[in-house]
Write a protein that binds this ligand. Structure first.
Ligand code: ITT
Length: 197
């Protein structure tokens, strides 16, 4: 694999994939490089949506394509926003994650259980139709108020278990040691190495 399309329009994700996959020696392209349309996420699971995005990117470019469907899941909210994490931020003026975090906190109200987790599902689709899935999850707490501006999305309101800092306060290298996306990427890299051996 010389060139891999990362079929995401999310600049926070693009940055993280570039950082985490830099050592592979593969040319990475993103959805923006091909001006790809954003497919409608009609799936009911992270896996469905990751596959749908990877297939759309692969069909449009003919490149092996990796897509990420991820989300912030709050136990007391029965896993929501989950696959709707990006949609909770939609406003007429674009995405507003401060508003989305306010909504999570308001829906939590006085709930004692503030446990939460991030999930990332990566789908790899090849032009010949082969598919592979890689998953990662990180557990922690939904905290209030939000802290830090280093990450993206819901990072400022998530403290991973065993840490005091939010993902928004962490250096990206630190986040990449433990994050849901990093765990999924580790599996992807392991798969590539096994294939090359
Ligand atoms: P693409 O579909 O183009 O990849 P998207 O932002 O629409 O971009 P998702 O549908 O997978 O991606 O939405 C996942 C949302 O979950 C994302 O917009 C973030 O707000 C949130 N999220 C996922 N991973 C995150 C992380 O590491 N830190 C903070 N928020 C995250």
């Amino acid at each position: 694999m010389d060139t891999l399309l990362i079929a995401t329009h999310n600049t926070g994700k693009v940055r993280e994939f570039e950082e985490m996959l830099a050592q592979l020696g593969i040319t990475l392209k993103s959805a923006a490089d091909f001006d790809l349309p954003e497919p409608e996420e009609t799936g009911t699971t992270f896996t469905d949506n990751a596959l749908l995005k990877a297939k759309a990117g692969c069909e449009a470019t003919g490149l092996p394509t990796l897509a990420d469907d991820s989300g912030f899941c709050v136990t007391s909210l029965m896993g929501r926003p989950g696959i709707y994490s990006a949609r909770w931020a939609e406003t007429e003026a674009g995405r507003d994650f401060n508003a989305a975090m306010v909504r999570v906190n308001e829906e939590l109200g006085e709930a004692e259980d503030r446990s939460a987790y991030f999930v990332a599902v990566l789908a790899l689709v090849y032009p010949d139709g082969r598919e592979e899935i890689f998953e990662g999850r990180i557990d922690g707490l939904a905290v209030w108020p939000p802290r830090g501006n280093k990450g993206f999305g819901y990072d400022p309101m998530f403290v991973p278990s065993g840490y005091n800092m939010t993902f928004g306060e962490m250096e990206s290298a630190e986040k990449h040691k433990i994050s849901h996306r990093a765990l999924a990427v580790q599996q992807f890299v392991g798969y590539l190495k096994a294939k090359a051996a």
